[in-house]
Design a protein around this ligand. Sequence first.
Ligand code: TYM
Length: 346
Amino acid sequence: MTTIFSGIKPTGDLTLGNYLGAISRWVRVDQHRADAFFSVVDLHALTVEHEPARIRRLSRRTATLLLAAGLDPQVCALFVQSHVDEHTRLSYLLECVATDGELRRMIQYREKSARARESGEGVRFSLLSYPALMAADILAYRTDEVPVGEDQRQHVELTRDLAVRFNQRYGETFTVPRATAPPVAARVMDLQDPTGKMGKSHADGAGIVYLLDDLDTVRRKVMRAVTDSGRDVVYDRAARPGVANLLDILAACRADLAAGAGAGGGGGGSDPAALAASYDSYGALKRDVADAVVGVLRPLQERYARLAADPGAVEAVLRAGAGRARAVARPVVDAAYAAVGLLPAR
Ligand code: TYM
């Protein structure tokens, strides 16, 4: 059976980018067709300035939102990364396989370290070693597929390199995983700056749709999205990034709604280029995008409200998920420890 692993960092409130780039597929497709592990990767949130109470709150909220989106603890394992020690145990071994040069080449390291330097904060060492921990998250489960948005592809490529190198040096231990991206909306852009990614840690939220934004705010953000200087609706990501982003969002939301209604993914007019042909004004397009996004978020928010009222039940899910995860990861990490020459502890 295929094994799938993916994770999400509790560094901010989840966005429509997280949902369309990753969560929607985890829920609609991935959990049903594989041994699937999904993690709130809280240790990764410590690589930048953070407030302990906020991390706790966001970790709970993220897990609750994943359940509200439809992850089913009967079919997949949902857990918090720091509850499963195997991730950090394996991370160190992978730091011993990775090189300083390849870690410094990571785009996210370059961008985030530049930002930290600018603000005079100092760059945490863990920001550099982050991809080794992410590789450990993936390799500890002998993962075949890693469903992520476009921005995580480079980290998964590095994970592949580390797995191959480890296996060559120390014997076949890890499965070499591959990243999978959604057919549309693998990179949802900021509605106010469609040349930049819609990211949860942005300072200004005007171009970001948060999953828990109230629905009038969602509509307003979509209606105020920056479009391009042309007037006709065409799908061209390079020349018309604003309109292309809206078409991607519309296509992905329609596919999500169709899959949720049991029609199977990909149906329901989910090709952004084809959708463009049915509009002759930006206003009409924006209204349909707003309707589609609200259509996705309304039931999610209703389920969230019910689940958030019973935090004990969410904690029980996370405890059970960690138990399942540990049972799979421990023998893999033990095998890696033995392979590099460390004496067995048990
Ligand atoms: P994170 O927390 O930034 O994002 C979680 C998932 O959401 C996707 N995503 C997007 N997709 C499309 N458009 C966007 N604007 C957008 N913003 C975010 C991300 O690609 C990701 O799939 N390093 C990872 C977390 C991680 C992980 C892992 C992922 C840690 N260990 C192991 C997979 C496997 C991260 O920071 O994702």
